[in-house]
Design a protein around this ligand. Structure first.
Ligand SMILES: O=C(O)c1ccccc1NCC(=O)[C@H](O)[C@H](O)COP(=O)(O)O
Length: 208
């Protein structure tokens, strides 16, 4: 099970979270987010991380040139597209950055969104299903309807995101079988400030 902890802003927190068991750390490259970090800040965290930890930059409607520049400046190993990126953009980015994991995030509002998600599977490496919010793109703390997800079985790996916490993660995983989970606000004291005790509790739960 991949475990991505997203919205990392501080080097010592990133290093500790990786040592606690996170397989991936996420860095918000969306300027409107309270968790936004620039390339210098991302690089300062990545320099502290083990080589095997995945380093995922989260973008929303950035150009492929902007994404490529951030990847080159920081050492990101993957990019998560959290905006309205269509199939052709994903294909172009994959051609532009052939050695980088491309994750497409979809904010699930109705069951129709599951069919839309499946159209991406041949253009990206991984899907990420997140909760829909009318104003916020992500990091909302809102959960998806996990019962609606029980039949979701795409042709590529996928992350479950949205409102996961140490307290509800096992309930979610009893209902759906993603390849990975993604958490942000559920392991925070404030946006961008991770609660290391909550992260530790998460991995204690996952080891049960
Ligand atoms: O986290 C943000 O502030 C954010 C802002 C804009 C686009 C995406 C964002 N987060 C993306 C993530 O992958 C979050 O981990 C995901 O939305 C789950 O967040 P949460 O519900 O708080 O666990």
């Amino acid at each position: 099970m991949r475990v991505k902890i997203c919205g990392i802003t501080q080097p010592h927190q990133g290093k500790t979270i990786a040592s606690l068991g996170a397989t991936a750390l996420g860095f918000i490259c969306v300027p409107s987010s309270p968790r936004y970090v620039n390339s210098e800040q991302i690089k300062a965290v990545i320099e502290q991380l083990p080589q095997q930890t995945d380093k995922i930059g989260v973008f929303a409607n950035s150009s492929k040139e902007e994404i490529a520049q951030t990847v080159a400046e920081t050492g990101l190993t993957g990019v998560q597209l959290h905006g309205d990126e269509f199939l052709d953009f994903c294909q172009q980015l994959r051609d532009y950055l052939p050695n980088i994991e491309i994750i497409k995030a979809l904010r699930i509002k109705t069951a129709d969104d599951f069919d839309r998600a499946k159209t991406y599977t041949e253009y990206v490496d991984t899907l990420l299903l997140d909760a829909y919010h009318p104003e916020q793109l992500g990091g909302t703390g809102k959960t998806l309807n996990w019962d609606m997800l029980q039949q979701f079985n795409p042709d590529c790996p996928w992350f479950l995101a949205g409102g996961l916490t140490p307290q509800n993660v096992l309930e979610a995983l009893n209902k759906v079988k993603p390849n990975g989970i993604d958490l942000s606000s559920g392991v925070e004291t404030a946006p961008g400030d991770k609660d290391l005790d909550k992260v530790s509790q998460l991995f204690e739960k996952l080891r049960k």
